[in-house]
Design a protein around this ligand. Structure first.
Ligand SMILES: *Cc1c(COP(=O)(O)O)cnc(C)c1O
Length: 377
């Protein structure tokens, strides 16, 4: 099956008690056992739940992985990956990551004995190899990266680790399995914030992991079941309902973003436009079919970003991205505020960097909205 079919049919069995086309939302914490241990695969909903299982089936199929697990949030999924390591282990990560991921790395897991170092998207294979130590257990890349949208090369990470027993984790939130499937290119684990494109309607918080290795899956499932960072049945239902249009939504997000990128380049008030589509080599290396729906821009010095936000009518100032509606944000003071200022500055996350999550409204309406707001600056 192709992705556009999978998003609709995977993990959506007909309900055999009523023949309902839509699987019901199972609001239950526990399950009848006809004798101890004699149940239908579910015993207590922290360990497993039908609506979660449906979503896990769909996501693992889309990512072409054997095992899927869904979590209460993207950060909970990240926590399961890091929490399955041991004190003393080292993680090498892309320098640009979601602010909450950076906070987990540097403010939480360092206290539990993990160590972290970072590499740049421009680092060569030998640069990356030099940063690997005897303790390195994970290479973590977010690609395209939030918010400056660099592409981190998966083949370069694979080449750098060579035969070492290091797992490669890809945060695939921005691309989604519609645009790239890292497990098919050699990655070991895919992480998602399904809050974003997978859910697609800004109405839930959720996360997911997909992998092929049974031992890894068991470790992550142990972590999920033990810590209880599980999503509720309604959130799983909503995420799955959103997922059904992921294939067409992603094409619409890409169409609109590609159009707006060309328009934004023309504005004199903008000093720089960031879009993964400018890095054609990087996209090809990662087998990423299109560049996605997020664009970042940097306003020229002296332009008042607050004025810009206030003049916009369609792009609403808000955290998050990946919904059908267009949103705009200032990562410096919002999603990435937990990164030290010096690091934000070094990564180009300045107080003039603005992130646009391009929705699927009419592209000319979006252009006019930006145009009117920029003209007044
Ligand atoms: C939002 C986000 C996360 C965290 O996900 P939550 O669902 O907010 O916990 C992780 N990675 C990326 C790239 C994100 O954009």
């Amino acid at each position: 099956m192709k992705e556009a079919t999978k998003v609709i049919h995977e993990g959506q069995p007909v309900d055999l008690t009523t023949n309902a086309i839509m699987p019901p939302v199972y609001f239950t914490s526990t399950y009848y056992q006809n004798g101890v241990g004699n149940h239908k695969g579910f015993d207590y909903s922290r360990g497993g739940h039908p609506n979660r299982q449906h979503l896990e089936t769909a996501l693992s199929s889309l990512e072409k992985g054997r095992y899927g697990l869904v979590f209460a949030s993207g950060c909970a999924a990240t926590t399961a990956v890091l929490g399955s390591l041991s004190p003393g282990d080292h993680v090498l990560s892309s320098d640009t990551v979601y602010g909450g991921t950076y906070a987990l790395f540097t403010q939480l897991f360092t206290r539990w004995g993990l160590t972290f170092s970072f590499f740049k998207s421009t680092d060569s294979v030998s640069d990356i190899r030099r940063k690997i130590t005897a303790k390195t257990k994970l290479i973590w890349i977010e690609t395209p990266a939030n918010p400056t949208l660099q592409v981190f090369s998966l083949p370069d990470c694979l080449a750098a680790k060579g035969k070492r027993k290091i797992k490669i984790v890809v945060d695939n939130t921005f691309a989604t399995p519609i645009l790239q499937r890292p497990l098919t290119q050699g990655a070991d684990v895919v992480v998602h914030s399904s809050t974003k494109y997978i859910g697609g309607h800004s109405d839930l918080i959720g996360g997911a992991l997909v992998c092929n290795d049974k031992k890894l899956y068991e470790a992550y499932h142990f972590y999920l079941k033990s810590t209880g960072a599980i999503p509720g049945p309604m959130d799983c239902y909503l995420a799955h309902r959103g997922l059904k249009t992921l294939a067409i939504r992603m094409q619409a997000h890409c169409d609109n973003a590609e159009y707006l990128v060309e328009e934004l380049k023309k504005y004199p008030k903008i000093s720089q436009v960031y879009y993964p589509g400018f890095d054609t080599k990087g996209l090809a290396e990662n087998h990423m079919s299109r560049a996605g729906g997020v664009i970042s821009i940097e306003l020229k010095r002296g332009c008042d970003s607050d004025q810009f936000f206030k003049r916009l009518k369609l792009f609403r100032l808000a955290e998050s991205l990946g919904g059908v509606e267009s949103l705009i944000s200032l990562p410096y003071a919002m999603s990435h505020v937990r990164m030290p200022v010096s690091i934000r500055k070094r990564l180009g996350v300045t107080s003039r960097l603005i992130r646009l999550s391009v929705g699927i409204e009419d592209k000319h309406d979006l252009r006019d909205d930006l145009n009117t707001a920029l003209k007044g600056l």
